[in-house]
Write a protein that binds this ligand. Structure first.
Ligand code: PRP
Length: 215
């Protein structure tokens, strides 16, 4: 199941606030943090776990579950829009290590929606990733997917056990592009939006997530 659509009412409620042009910077960031936390809990349900036995203070043993992957999470924060989403994900995965990639699209104005955009990567620092690690790449917006594909290429060189994308809105075109090239990647998103405009913005989208979070 490579695409996981988080369409429950609470996700959609928060997304609706994020889309609303009247939502100010503080509330926008708070919404992103909340979505990150909730999405983290959903992602946790797809991680590997073991059945274990524990002894309670009453001296009785009972069966339980330990999600062993919780200690092997690496979150990649795609600057800058992902920062509040990552803040939320870290609440679900407090032991996660964190990598940072500063990526920005070169702005264009074309007659047609772009199929590919030039991505400038100005900084990157990624912790050592092993084959036991689960990598979560966080970026709230996937438009042409040019940014995400570039990040996935970088991260997949270290062959993690699993690669997961945490996004909020992905365009139909971007989802298709990612899953065609990387069928084993799991893509979590709250909405798949139908279109891109001539500047490569997602329509209806929520505007520029970086600007709305940070001004
Ligand atoms: C936005 C967004 C993604 C990228 C998506 O970042 O946060 O990183 O565009 O577009 P793509 O799928 O077409 O690559 P932007 O380049 O605007 O930088 P910012 O986060 O600093 O605002």
């Amino acid at each position: 199941m490579p695409l996981v659509l988080l369409e429950e009412p609470l996700f959609l409620h928060i997304l609706t606030q994020l889309r609303d042009e009247r939502t100010d910077q503080v509330m926008f960031r708070k919404g992103m943090v909340r979505l990150g936390r909730l999405m983290g809990y959903k992602i946790a349900n797809y991680l590997d776990f073991d059945y274990v036995t524990v002894r309670t203070p009453l001296g009785v043993t009972t069966r339980g579950v330990v999600i062993r992957d919780l200690d092997n999470i690496v979150i990649i924060n795609v600057l800058r829009a992902a920062t509040p989403l990552v803040e939320g994900l870290l609440k679900a995965f407090p032991a996660a290590r964190q990598g940072i990639i500063a990526a920005s699209r070169k702005e264009i104005e074309a007659p047609e929606p772009p199929k590919e955009m030039e991505i400038i990567i100005s900084y990157e620092k990624i912790p050592r990733i092993t084959e036991n690690d689960v990598v979560i790449v966080a970026d709230p917006m996937i438009a042409t997917a040019s940014t995400m594909l570039k990040v996935i290429e970088k991260v997949s060189k270290s062959s993690p056990k699993r690669m997961i994308i945490a996004s909020v809105i992905a365009s139909k075109y971007g989802v298709r592009r990612i899953l065609e090239r990387h069928p084993n990647v799991m893509l979590f998103t709250v909405s798949v939006d139908p279109e891109l405009n001539s500047k490569g913005y997602i329509i209806p989208g929520l505007g520029d997530a970086g600007d709305r979070s940070f001004g």
